[in-house]
Design a protein around this ligand. Structure first.
Ligand code: URA
Length: 230
């Protein structure tokens, strides 16, 4: 929310009063006098008016988890273990998942309470490619490389997938880079060639790489550098 609207609603002031108090330098955001009306106020900002704290500001949280197979990418599930069940942190219910994985897909899952950050990561983008290791039941048709690069038509959504890069690593093994995250996208792309995906593992999202030191089911906070890479 914009700072002027935030102050008007929190301190029950008129727009004109808010404008005046901003000009007079009575508002601080994160300790700094702020006179800009359209400054966005986020959950993580500390907002003060005349030295009184209106909002203390929550700590932004960013975690990477090595998702094991047999675990749901959801915060709640009646029947199965969820990725959140693997997290032992205070306020973990504030966290959401930035880019889900299927029940049996393994690899990198990022959890955060920062919606802007996760939107940057999950919106279709050439910068934030998602990298998957894929194993298939049958030999991979080399025609997949060009077809995936051109894009495949998904009738259900009536769309063509964004160009994706497929590198063959063996007869039944490949690395695939996607720039979007459609429902069961990898499985459906190989399904187009009547080839079943037997194992799927996410190695990277954008520049954030799954830490090889993290065993399946383990997690760690992102470093400041990893957070800034998104
Ligand atoms: N594509 C899939 O089919 N499954 C996943 O878990 C991720 C991408």
């Amino acid at each position: 929310m914009r700072l002027d609207r935030y102050l008007a609603s929190r301190a029950q002031l008129s727009r004109q009063d808010v404008r005046r108090l901003l000009v007079d330098g009575r508002a601080r955001v994160n300790g700094e006098v702020t006179r800009t009306m359209d400054r966005e106020v986020r959950l993580f900002d500390c907002v003060e008016l005349d030295g009184q704290v209106l909002q203390a500001g929550k700590a932004a949280r960013y975690l990477m988890l090595h998702k094991p197979a047999g675990c749901v990418s959801a915060t709640r599930d009646a029947a199965h273990r969820t990725v959140l069940d693997l997290i032992d942190e205070p306020d973990k219910d504030d966290l959401h998942i930035a880019g889900r994985l299927d029940f049996n897909t393994t690899g990198l899952v990022l959890l955060t309470n920062d919606g802007q950050w996760s939107r940057r990561l999950t919106q279709p983008s050439s910068l934030q490619g998602k990298v998957y290791l894929v194993e298939t039941e049958d030999e991979i048709d080399p025609a997949c490389v060009e077809a995936f690069a051109r894009g495949l038509y998904f009738r259900f959504e009536n769309l063509t997938t964004l160009p994706a890069e497929l590198a063959l690593l063996g007869p039944r093994r490949a690395r695939l880079v996607l720039h979007e995250g459609r429902y069961h996208q990898v499985k459906r792309m190989f399904g187009h060639f009547r080839n079943r995906v037997t194992a799927l593992h996410r190695e990277r999202m954008g520049l954030v790489q799954l830490d090889p030191a993290l065993a399946p089911g383990r997690y760690r906070p992102l470093t400041a550098e990893e957070i800034a890479q998104v």
